[in-house]
Design a protein around this ligand. Sequence first.
Ligand SMILES: CC(C)(COP(=O)(O)OP(=O)(O)OC[C@H]1O[C@@H](n2cnc3c(N)ncnc32)[C@H](O)[C@@H]1OP(=O)(O)O)[C@@H](O)C(=O)NCCC(=O)NCCS
Length: 191
Amino acid sequence: MKPQHWRSADGTRLTLRPMLKSDAPLVKESLGRLSSETRRNRFFSAVREFSDETVRRLTDFDLASEFAVVVVRPDRGREIPIAGGRFVHCADGRRCEFSVLIGDPWQGQGLGHRILRTLIREAARRGLHQMDGYVLADNRAMLKLARAHGFMVDTSNEDAGVRIVSRDLPRPTPAIWPRLFRKLLKFGRNP
Ligand SMILES: CC(C)(COP(=O)(O)OP(=O)(O)OC[C@H]1O[C@@H](n2cnc3c(N)ncnc32)[C@H](O)[C@@H]1OP(=O)(O)O)[C@@H](O)C(=O)NCCC(=O)NCCS
């Protein structure tokens, strides 16, 4: 995927790009700054400390069966992670399971929409058929975000406090169409 660049409402330059192995140390620092509510909403428990092994699993993974993006802001030559999202392919090869995490000061500014849109696009491009996610039943922001992106919300048979959100993914556009479209546009301009 191509990196996305834009400015937040307060003018900060932000970039959304694939997660890199080298992001691990700063990802660990950013995870350490999360509130206990955000930790609970993302990891389903108020994780006290993020071990190097946990951070390694989030930043160094098999690119064929996982995808992860990070949103970074620049700070004295460093790229500070402020949000991220990922999906992992399920063993059936048809479905994937996603999660999104926005740092506390950045919540409610549309980053969730941007990240989820990117995950859906990439999962469809990979030919996956369905995207699922596990969300705490009282996580209103995530349930609202999921519904806005076409997910259906269902209860979990295993845990009354958890909702399962699922949506079908669009079929990938054959690579020929964008090229053909560009050619037609060019032809329209210079017949
Ligand atoms: C849930 C989360 C991903 C949403 O992302 P976000 O960037 O904060 O949300 P957005 O700004 O993109 O807004 C998403 C929608 O939720 C709504 N929303 C935001 N905070 C809300 C809240 N506390 N209660 C209800 N709705 C809320 C927004 O109004 C928006 O709806 P709209 O587009 O109709 O206005 C983010 O808050 C987060 O990472 N929370 C902690 C971790 C987590 O819950 N992860 C999900 C596990 S899969």
